[in-house]
Design a protein around this ligand. Structure first.
Ligand code: GLC
Length: 533
C-alpha cells in the first residue's frame, strides 16, 4: 500500500505555510499507524515551482522550500527503520526552463549540441514567426514558445521550442543518447541514497512524432507502438534498477488504454502502472467491473501486478465524484463537483464503500493524502487564491487542480488546524476543515480514518485481501460480488451501487462500510465476508 504525499500539503515543520520533508518525518507515527508500506513523494527537487515541482531545475538537489538532501536522507532512514519504503517522483519528459541545460541551449543558439537536448525547431512563415505546427499544450494555449536568439549571432530567424505542458517546462529530446545517460545517472544518484523507487511522470510521452505534423484539433502525436523507441528507454532504465540489490521499483503514469499501458510493464521494462481506468470509473457497478476485468486481463498478459487507485493530485477528490456517480473523461478536467450539487453524505458513504473495494483487490494500492480522511474538494476558492498554472494557461477557463490539493488538517482547531504555524497556508484551508482532521477522526470510531486503519490491518492479516485469486459471483447488475481466494482461504467482497438492499451471503463479517446488522447490505455500502472453504 503506497501513500502519496503531496509534500506541500502534508505537514509544514518550519512555519512557512508549505509542507516539507521534516513534516513527513514528524508524521511517521501517523503513517505507520495507518498501515502504509511505502510513500510516494510528489517532486521536491529544486524548482521554480511553476507547476509545483513538476518543473525540475536540478534533479539531484532538494528545493529549500522542502528541505535539504540531508533531510531526505533522514526521511529514508527513519522510514526504513519502520519498514516503510520511500519512492520519489521522477520527471523525465521536461525540465524547468531554469535547468542549466535549457539555459545553455538558449544561449548556445541554433545548430548547437546544447539545443539537441531539447526540441528546438524553426518556425513557419516568411520570418519564422509562426509556430512549427499546430499542437496544443495540455495546460491550454500553443505548445511552442519562441526564444530570443543570443546577441550578435547571425542565426535569425529565432527558433521555437516545444513544451507539452507550460512554456516553463521545455520537453527534452529523448532521441538524444546524452539525455538517456543523464537520467540513468539521476536514477542511480537516488537509488544510491537508499530510495526504493520512483513514480515516472508522463511516462508514455517521451518520444513525439519526429516530423511534428499538424493534427486535427492540435493533439500531439505520441507514437504508441509497443516496439517503439520509448520502450528502449524503459529497458535501459530497467537495467539500472536491476543493478541494485533489494526491491527497487518504478510505477509509470500514463493515461493510455490498458493494452498500451501493459506494454510499459513487460518483464524487462517497468514494474507497475497506475490504473487510470479505475480512477475514472464512477460509483457504477458496470464501470467498476469493466475497469477491474480489463486491467487484470491486460496485466496478466505481461505477467505484471495491477494497481488500484481512485485519487491523486491531478483529479477531483473521489468523495465529490462519487456523490454524483460521475465518470471522468480525462485528466486535468475542471472540477466535476460544485458546492450546490455535492451530496456530502452520499459521497462519504460511497467513498467508504470504495475504500473496501480498493483495499481488497489483488495488487498494489495507492492512497492520496487526505483520502483516508474523506477530504472533499474545495471548489469555491476565490480566484485570487488559485495556484495551479492551469488557471492562467487556460485563459481562466479551467480552475485547475487546486480543489484536491488543500493542506491536511491535523487538529480539530487552532491555527491552520495543526498543518502549519504560519498565519496563511499556500492554499487557504476552509474554516470547516477541522471536522475532517486526524484528531477528530481518531476520536470517532466510525470515521473514514478508522475504516482505513481497520481495513489495512485486516488486509495484512487475511491473505486473500490484496493478494487472492479473483472470481466473480453472480449478482444483480448494480452489485459487485467478488470472491478472493488464497491458500484455501476466501474473502467475499460485495459493493452495492444500486438502490435495493442486498441479502448478505453466508460468511463472517470482517468489516463493513455501512450498517449490515440486519443481515442486508444497504445502498452505497460494501462488506468483507470471510468464507468457509
Ligand atoms: C503529471 C503530473 C502533473 C503535472 C504534469 C506535468 O501528469 O501528475 O501534476 O502537472 O505531469 O509534469
Amino acid at each position: 500500500m503506497f501513500y502519496q504525499v503531496y509534500v506541500r500539503s502534508f505537514r509544514d515543520s518550519n512555519g512557512d505555510g508549505v509542507g516539507d520533508i521534516r513534516g513527513i518525518i514528524e508524521s511517521l507515527d501517523y503513517l505507520q499507524t495507518l498501515g502504509v508500506d511505502a510513500l510516494w513523494l510528489s517532486p521536491c527537487f529544486t524548482s521554480p515551482q511553476v507547476d509545483h515541482g513538476y518543473d525540475v531545475a536540478d534533479y539531484r538537489e532538494i528545493d529549500l522550500l522542502f528541505g535539504t538532501v540531508e533531510d531526505m536522507d533522514a526521511l529514508i532512514s527513519h522510514a526504513h527503520t519502520r519498514n516503510i519504503r520511500v519512492t520519489l517522483d521522477f520527471v523525465p519528459n521536461h525540465t524547468s526552463h531554469q535547468h542549466r541545460w535549457f539555459q545553455a541551449a538558449v544561449a548556445a543558439g541554433r545548430g548547437s549540441a546544447e539545443r539537441e537536448r531539447y526540441l528546438f525547431r524553426d518556425g513557419r512563415g516568411e520570418q519564422g514567426e509562426l509556430p512549427p505546427n499546430n499542437w496544443m499544450s495540455v495546460f491550454g494555449g500553443p505548445s511552442w514558445t519562441r526564444v530570443s536568439e543570443p546577441e550578435g549571432s547571425p542565426q535569425s530567424p529565432a527558433q521555437w521550442y516545444y513544451h507539452l505542458f507550460a512554456a516553463e517546462q521545455p520537453d527534452l529530446n529523448w532521441r538524444n543518447p546524452e539525455v538517456v545517460t543523464e537520467f540513468e545517472d539521476v536514477i542511480r544518484f537516488w537509488l544510491d541514497r537508499g530510495v526504493d523507487g520512483f513514480r515516472i511522470d508522463v511516462s508514455d510521452a517521451l518520444i513525439k512524432d519526429a516530423d511534428f505534423p499538424d493534427t486535427d484539433g492540435g493533439w500531439p502525436i505520441i507514437p504508441k507502438d509497443p516496439d517503439g523507441e520509448v520502450h528502449d528507454i524503459y529497458r535501459r532504465f530497467r537495467r539500472v534498477f536491476d543493478e541494485y540489490i533489494g526491491d527497487r521499483m518504478a510505477v509509470i503514469e500514463t493515461g493510455a488504454d490498458d493494452a498500451t499501458v501493459a506494454g510499459f510493464i513487460r518483464p524487462d521494462e517497468m514494474h507497475l502502472a497506475f490504473n487510470f481506468r479505475f480512477v475514472k470509473a464512477g460509483f457504477v457497478a458496470e464501470q467498476l467491473r469493466d475497469a477491474i476485468d480489463s486491467s487484470l486481463a491486460a496485466n496478466a498478459r505481461v505477467g505484471a501486478p495491477t494497481t488500484w487507485v481512485t485519487d491523486n493530485h491531478d483529479t477531483p477528490r473521489s468523495v465529490g465524484r462519487y456523490s454524483q456517480g460521475t465518470q471522468l473523461h480525462g485528466s486535468y478536467v475542471p472540477a466535476t463537483t460544485s458546492q450546490i450539487d455535492f451530496d456530502e453524505a452520499r459521497g462519504q458513504q460511497r467513498a467508504r464503500a470504495m475504500a473496501l473495494l480498493l483495499l481488497a483487490l489483488p495488487g498494489a494500492v495507492y492512497v492520496y493524502n487526505g483520502q483516508e480522511l474523506g477530504l472533499p474538494n474545495v471548489d469555491d476558492l476565490p480566484e485570487s487564491a488559485l495556484q495551479d498554472p492551469v488557471w492562467e494557461k487556460s485563459g481562466h477557463t479551467n480552475r485547475g487542480r487546486d480543489n484536491c490539493r488543500i493542506p491536511m488538517p491535523w487538529h480539530a482547531e487552532g491555527p491552520c488546524f495543526g498543518f502549519s504555524s504560519a498565519p496563511h497556508t499556500w492554499l487557504p484551508m476552509p474554516d470547516y476543515w477541522g471536522r475532517y482532521s486526524v484528531a477528530s477522526q481518531t476520536d470517532a470510531t466510525d470515521s473514514m480514518l478508522q475504516l482505513y486503519r481497520q481495513a489495512l490491518k485486516l488486509r495484512r492479516a487475511h491473505a486473500p485481501l490484496g493478494r487472492g485469486q479473483l472470481t466473480w459471483i453472480e449478482s444483480p447488475a448494480d452489485v459487485l460480488h467478488i470472491r478472493l481466494t488464497h491458500d484455501g482461504q476466501s474473502v467475499d467482497v460485495l459493493v452495492n451501487t444500486g438502490k435495493a438492499d442486498v441479502p448478505l451471503p453466508s460468511g463472517t463479517v470482517l468489516l463493513a462500510s455501512g450498517d449490515v446488522s440486519d443481515g442486508v447490505l444497504p445502498e452505497d455500502a460494501a462488506v468483507w465476508l470471510e468464507g468457509q472453504m
